[in-house]
Design a protein around this ligand. Structure first.
Ligand SMILES: Cc1ncc(COP(=O)(O)O)c(C=O)c1O
Length: 138
């Protein structure tokens, strides 16, 4: 899984990003695949172009594997809750953002365990806590 948290890690946005957002706000302003209007068709085309570019640039091999979401928290919840199942164990660190730690904590209710590694204790300490049941490392 490739997780690109663009919104919270890139600023200022490039001129190209500003230009396409302004073009969208000035001339389109509709959601994709929502109507038969020319604007909606254009928005759908732009999203498909973006999806295609991402597949090409990242080497992902399937159209259905690129998902756009409204933000990181939503995406992380989808990935974490959609991937882990009862009996799985998650190894992570206390350095993770709340949007990672909270869904992992929530999954304890269905039998997903987790361990927070103290990354300040050194490499050997970290490595001894890793084991093959770590679902997120698959
Ligand atoms: C590393 C990281 N992950 C996730 C988030 C949550 O992002 P969002 O506000 O898009 O849900 C943030 C927010 O700043 C973040 O810094």
């Amino acid at each position: 899984m490739l997780y690109a948290d663009v919104a919270s890690t890139s600023w200022p946005k490039s001129q190209e990003v500003k230009d396409i957002i302004n073009m969208y706000l000035d001339t389109l302003g509709v959601t994709p695949e929502r109507s038969l209007s020319q604007q909606s068709k254009k928005v759908t085309e732009l999203i498909e172009e973006c999806r295609h570019e991402l597949i090409e640039q990242t080497g992902l091999n399937s159209h259905g594997t690129v998902i756009f979401n409204s933000g990181a928290t939503y995406s992380l919840n989808e990935c974490i809750k959609g991937t882990l199942k009862p009996g799985d164990n998650v190894i992570t660190t206390h350095l993770e953002h709340n949007s990672v730690l909270r869904p992992i904590e929530h999954l304890k209710d269905i039998g997903v365990s987790s361990q927070l590694i103290d990354v300040t204790a050194g490499r050997e300490h970290t490595l001894t806590h890793l084991h093959p049941k770590n679902t997120l490392a698959r």
